[in-house]
Design a protein around this ligand. Structure first.
Ligand code: ADP
Ligand code: MG
Ligand code: MG
Length: 907
């Protein structure tokens, strides 16, 4: 057996699907498809090790390679009954790249290798189809020129010599497409193409088939390090040292006539997840014609069955066989030659969050996989659940838009969701606008997208393209990013220069509003309001579960997730969000920010802050007490017997009263002056005193309660009174009272004593016992390091990872936006530390905190309540270090539940 070359064909293969690192994804699956008896043209794969060798040895090959390739070609010749370069019965080959992970659009394929003036004559004789032979030949010269000799234009401004000739010849002949050209015209093209190569590549088009093949192999390996590939790998974190494999394969022909076709497709709909093959095809066409956007493809699910009933049957069978073998939806490439379907590629399909959930659940219900498999994170990245919860168009708004004839056109529904935004035509403009204002709503409108547009696509709410089908770059990337996308909307006339879209009589300009419906493919002029998704509506009781197909799958999936996860999931919520939080699955409140309640009672809190005398402060606090008590009562009632963690007042006081507030509300200073019997100047002076130069590290957290113990006492009273009142009504609540920002055990104990004394007094007054605990946030490094001591008196911990990250890294969350982008681009830090826990740093402190805390108090309850609690990677980490629960914003609860299950199942 060869060392560097793995053959396949006629139902046998040297490799198999498990060998992706060595054979690349394409090569490994070509081998696997052979093994399960699917029709695959014979060929061989040159391993990724050769790529590594190539770059380690100044772009040369291992000495054995030549002979191994020659032997492999011989085998293909035997299988196919044709000979490479033969002047009677020539074998033609394709040369294709293939790395471990698919890199769409990164490296190009060369087809019809082996054609020259002699073999083309043989091909004519053999096929009896002159048009086909010359069409294939001109394609080879063009692809060879573009890919191997580097003539492919790099930007839109570079001349495309080959396309110019094609345009010219077509125009002269009055033909819409090459397939409509005469043989004479195709011959003329071949002559002209050869001249292009001579003139621009300064060499002859090589007529020796072996020279052609090695040229292509070299080009594939060379392309691994081209700029586009480098950028893409950086974007998706693919290591450069993986290398690419090269696949060489006997050609099958989709351009031999009207019983031939080329196509791509999915074994199920990967936008919404419904069963049934769907895809694009073109009759009498070759290779990437379908995705190139030059001819608008037909839909397999619509017309293929009528056009080619026998082939459709084969394709459907193949789809079933693939799914039952790979246990996954497949994304395939195929060619029909004289009615027979040949498989050229298969891989696990990218899909939207909707499709991911529906497909995983359906595969379980169809008996192909089990629950645990359905929950795998590579099947449903937890973040993707977001799409099920994302807004859709408000039906009334959409109806109105329809009634007002604002429907512009309909394209392919490639990425579900509803997006409304201002038109932007260039990805770079989108990025710039977004950098200025993160709230800007944009829809990126392009003829087609390419990898250069990635960053602009990321910041846009939706993507709309004029060309390309369900497998185009725009569709693929949107599916990956979970973006609303409509593609192939060919009615749109996009003029980049004028900055306009014209459809029929309507013209929209850059900056105008446009709305795209990623479920239906409809495009509307103007803005349409959005509203909650189906899943959200059922969860919030606004729609019946029986009427909701997607909800049914969601519910099934979440039952499985809840069955396997170890972490509990709570919400960061106040009274107002608690109902939604419970609907989304919250098992408690992990963080109730008491100050959020104060925003509704600004007058009283400002009075309290302004007061310099204890008696004045107590007077103001007495006014706040009933409001706080009511809020807690409301929250406790919603949560019932679920635990509720309440954090005492945390932010610096000037957040409620600052010069800026006085400025915004001119009546404020006179009002305070009157209440306290001071002058307006004195008000300004007092407010000035409250100002801090570094408020995040200033007088906040427990430092407030230590200086103003009456604040802590009031809050404790409000909590315990609410709990005591409810207990009398028979509702048993479990408040967990949490001290913020403690770094010293003494700080915590100071506050805990006030809380416990107050609680004892209230219980005595009310004549009931309330069960409560007192614990602390761990959010500054000192607290994590001295956790063992703090746990002597604290009954629970909750990691406040927002502040813990700020204080550990010394990076302010309010100011880091200006440099974090550069840090990530320059690989200084791997990801945004405020989104994903910095495990080696902040994470290490958390581990120290857990060990210290549990060292003192074995059953210490520990959670996390920073933003990280809803980030899947961080949830994995929390599982690993043995936390009891994560707490996150209500909308991320389903994500956290799924991520927690994935963490538990991931061994
Ligand atoms: P990509 O990775 O960009 O999809 P591929 O190597 O899969 O590139 O090739 C693109 C297309 O070229 C295939 O989908 C198929 O239509 C065509 N193709 C490749 N090899 C052959 C072949 N041996 N016979 C016929 N068509 C081929
Ligand atoms: Mg390609
Ligand atoms: Mg392909």
């Amino acid at each position: 057996m060869s060392k560097y070359v793995y053959g396949f064909g006629a139902g046998k293969a040297d490799g198999d699907g498990s060998m992706k690192p060595l054979l690349g994804g394409k090569g490994a699956n070509l081998a696997e498809m052979n093994k399960i008896g699917l029709p695959v043209p014979a060929g061989f794969t040159i391993t990724t090790e050769v790529c590594t060798y190539y770059y380690d040895h100044e772009r040369t090959y291992p000495p054995e390679l030549k002979a191994e390739v020659a032997a492999a070609i011989k085998k293909v010749e035997e299988t196919m009954g044709a000979k490479f370069g033969d002047d009677k019965n020539p074998l033609l080959l394709s040369c294709r790249s293939g790395s471990r992970e698919s890199m769409p659009g990164m490296m190009d394929t060369v087809l019809n290798i082996g054609l020259n003036d002699t073999t083309v004559a043989a091909l004519i004789k053999q096929s009896g189809n002159e048009h086909f032979a010359w069409d294939s030949y001109r394609r080879l010269i063009q692809m060879y020129g573009d890919v191997v000799l580097g003539l492919k234009p790099e930007s839109k401004n570079d001349p495309d010599h080959f396309e110019e000739i094609l345009d010219h010849v077509r125009e002269k002949a009055g033909a819409e497409h090459e397939k409509d050209l005469s043989v004479a015209a195709l011959k003329d093209i071949v002559v002209q193409f050869k001249e292009v190569i001579k003139k621009h590549a300064k060499q002859e088009f090589p007529s020796d088939p072996m020279e052609q093949l090695w040229g292509c192999v070299g080009a594939v390996f060379g392309s691994w390090m081209n700029d586009r590939a480098l950028v893409y790998r950086r974007q998706y974190g693919i290591p450069h040292n993986w290398g690419t494999a090269v696949n060489v394969q006997a050609m099958v022909f989709g351009n031999l006539g009207d019983d031939c076709a080329t196509g791509v497709g999915l074994t199920r709909n990967c936008s919404v997840g419904t069963p049934g093959f769907c895809g694009d095809y073109l009759i009498n066409a070759q290779g990437e014609d379908v995705v190139a956007g030059t001819r608008t493809p037909l839909r397999v699910e619509e017309t293929f069955g009528k056009d080619m009933p026998e082939s459709f049957k084969q394709l459907t069978e193949i789809g079933k066989k693939l799914e039952s073998h790979f246990k996954e939806v497949q994304d395939i490439e195929f060619t029909v030659q004289k009615g027979k379907v040949w498989m050229l590629q298969t891989r696990n399909a990218k899909r939207t969050g909707f499709a991911a959930v529906r497909i995983a659940v359906d595969l379980v219900n169809e008996g192909l996989i089990d629950e645990k498999t359905a929950l795998q994170k590579r099947r449903i990245p937890a973040d993707d659940l977001n799409q099920l919860l994302q807004p859709i168009f408000d039906p009334a708004g959409k109806k109105k838009a329809q009634a007002e004839n604002r429907v512009l056109a309909k394209g392919i529904n490639a990425g579900p969701g509803a997006a409304t935004g201002q038109i932007v035509f260039h990805a770079s403009d989108a990025e710039e606008l977004w950098n200025k204002n993160n709230d800007v709503q944009l829809v990126l409108v392009r003829k087609e997208t390419s990898p250069e547009d990635l960053r602009g696509m990321k910041v846009a709410k939706g993507i709309l393209t004029a060309f390309g089908g369900a497998s185009s770059h725009a569709a693929l990337v949107s599916r990956q990013m979970g973006k609303t996308c409509v593609c192939g909307c060919s009615a749109l006339n996009i003029d980049y220069e004028k900055g306009t879209i014209t459809v029929g009589g309507t013209t929209l300009k850059e900056g105008d509003w446009i709305s795209v419906d990623g479920f239906t493919g409809e495009v509307f002029a103007g803005k349409i309001e959005t509203k909650p998704s189906e899943v959200m509506e059922v969860l919030l009781g606004k729609k019946k579960a029986e009427d909701a197909e997607m909800y049914a799958r969601y519910a099934q999936l979440m039952t499985w997730a809840d069955k396997y996860r170890k972490l509990k999931v709570r919400a960061n919520a106040e009274a107002g969000d608690a109902i939604a939080a419970v609907a989304l699955g919250a098992e408690g409140v992990g963080l109730c920010r008491t100050e959020h309640m104060f925003f509704d009672h600004l007058d009283e809190i400002r009075e309290m802050i302004f007061a310099t005398k204890l008696a004045d402060r107590e007077k103001a606090l007495a006014k706040l007490l009933p409001f706080q008590r009511d809020d807690f009562t409301h929250l406790f009632k919603t949560m019932g017997d679920k635990p509720v963690t309440i954090r005492l007042l945390d932010p610096p006081l000037h957040e409620f009263l600052s010069e800026h507030h006085l400025h915004d509300d001119e009546t404020l200073a006179p009002k305070l002056a009157k209440i306290f019997g001071v002058s307006v100047e004195q008000v300004h002076r007092r407010v000035d005193e409250l100002k801090e130069s570094n408020p995040m590290l200033g007088h906040r957290g427990c430092r407030l309660g230590i200086v103003y113990p009456e604040i802590t006492a009031m809050q404790a009273r409000a909590i315990i009174e609410a709990a005591a009142n409810l207990k009398k009504e028979g509702i048993n609540v479990h408040p967990e009272i949490m001290v913020p920002l403690a770094g010293y055990k003494a700080e915590f104990e100071n506050q805990a004593k006030i809380i416990r004394d107050t609680a004892a007094a209230v219980c005595k007054e009310k004549g009931v016992e309330v069960e409560y605990t007192v614990g602390t946030m761990i959010e500054i490094p000192r607290a994590a390091i001295t956790a063992g001591e703090i746990a002597e008196s604290a009954q629970f911990f909750s990691f406040g990872t927002n502040d813990l990250t700020q204080t550990t890294l010394g990076i302010s969350r309010d100011d880091y936006k200006s440099f974090i982008g550069d840090y990530m681009e320059k690989d200084i830090i791997p990801s945004d530390p405020f989104q994903t826990i910095d495990q080696p740093g902040v994470g290490k402190l958390m581990k120290i905190g857990v060990e210290g805390g549990r060292g003192t108090r074995k059953d210490l309850k520990i959670g996390i309540c920073g933003e990280h609690g809803g980030d899947p990677k961080s949830v994995f980490f929390c599982h690993e270090i043995g936390l009891d629960y994560v707490s996150c914003s209500p909308r991320r609860i389903p994500i956290a539940r799924l991520a927690a299950a994935q963490a538990a199942l991931d061994k």
